[in-house]
Write a protein that binds this ligand. Structure first.
Ligand SMILES: [Zn+2]
Length: 345
């Protein structure tokens, strides 16, 4: 009897030992990459378990250095990627399952650096190459002129308590903030409830050497409504060269082909941005991008558009236009359009 118990105990021990051994083996096999994070000059990789070892070497070819990190017993889930990361000292980020036992990370750069990586438990930290003698990229900040339509005794269109000059100013102030925040140099034709003649607006824009001119307005339906016409939605106008008639005989108009084309592209980008932004929450009609002879878009030297942000006479749109959150959506869309026009996205 006694010897049998010993034998069972022995077998049990072996089974237990094997179980522990196998479990540690499989644990190592499944050392999945859980997350990656790029911040400043460091790129971190966090794994499920403690890391074993990293083999590091460099390969040089035609002025490009490949920093190669082979991470032992690491597994790459196919949902993880670093190829979209951007860093000024790095040309390309790559990562792949090099073999069953190694996950390989490659950082391509023109720059040499020495302190390259460190391991702390489950975390591998790579120090990215810094740009040597960084050429200060000249920060290009285009000048944008924002024109809040109407002002002072010229209240614009109105519908009950909804008054055009107030909404255009609210939108303009928000847009100024948004564009300044995005790095543009911004000038406003008016920042308060003040009257300005149309030529004063275009003169101001020309004096400030704006790269683009955006005039903000609101639409209203006429008293005698046309059948089959819907009086709501966003409509944008750009300069028409068709007529040579001038509102002010002593002022020049600017109707070159270049300006017209640029104005069209600006209008297109802004309409797209606006509709995308407002349609996240509302159903908003696209009233199109059209040519017009409005003074402010002809008297300005730079590409210019006039935005009719909506109809204040529409039961729903009118009310919506007075609400902060809707104004913010409009302004975000305009700013996105400006970014797209200047290829800043
Ligand atoms: Zn107006």
């Amino acid at each position: 009897m006694g010897s049998i118990t010993v034998l069972i105990k022995k077998n049990l021990l072996i089974v237990l030992f094997l179980a522990v051994f196998i479990s540690t083996l499989s644990a190592k096999k499944d050392n999945y990459l859980k997350s990656t994070h790029l911040k400043g000059n460091t790129l971190t990789f966090t794994f499920k378990y403690k890391l074993d070892d990293v083999k590091f070497f460099t390969l040089k070819n035609r002025g490009i250095i490949k920093y190669v990190y082979d991470i032992k017993n690491a597994v790459l889930p196919n949902t993880k990627s670093i190829k979209n990361y951007k860093h000024e000292g790095v040309r390309a980020f790559r990562m792949g399952q090099f073999s069953k036992n190694y996950l390989r990370v490659v950082i391509e750069s023109k720059y040499t650096h020495y302190k390259t990586y460190s391991i702390h438990g489950k975390v591998l930290t790579l120090n990215l190459p810094k740009v040597k003698n960084p050429k200060r990229e000249k920060k290009y900040s285009p000048t944008v002129i924002i024109d809040a339509g109407h002002g002072g005794y010229d209240i614009g269109a109105s519908h009950g308590k909804i008054i055009e000059k107030k909404i255009t100013l609210a939108l303009a102030l928000k847009l100024e903030k948004q564009l300044s925040h995005r790095g543009y140099k911004v000038y406003m034709t008016r920042k308060s409830d003040k009257h300005l003649y149309l030529y004063e607006r275009s003169d101001f824009a020309n004096k400030k050497k704006g790269k683009i001119f955006i005039s903000l307005h609101l639409n209203a339906s006429p008293r005698r409504k046309h059948k089959n016409y819907i009086y709501k939605g966003i409509e944008i106008f750009y300069m028409s060269g068709a007529s040579k008639k001038k509102r002010y005989s002593n002022k020049k108009i600017y109707t070159s082909k270049w300006k017209k084309e640029k104005s069209y592209l600006l209008g297109k980008a802004i309409k797209k941005g606006m509709l995308k932004s407002v349609r996240k929450k509302y159903i908003v009609l696209d009233k199109g991008l059209k040519e017009n002879n409005f003074w402010v878009i002809r008297g300005t030297k730079m590409p210019a558009i006039l935005i009719e942000n909506g109809y204040l006479t529409d039961k729903y749109e009118g009310k919506r236009l007075t609400i902060n959150s809707y104004q913010n959506l409009l302004v975000k869309g305009i700013a996105d359009g400006v970014d797209a026009y200047f290829n800043r996205k």
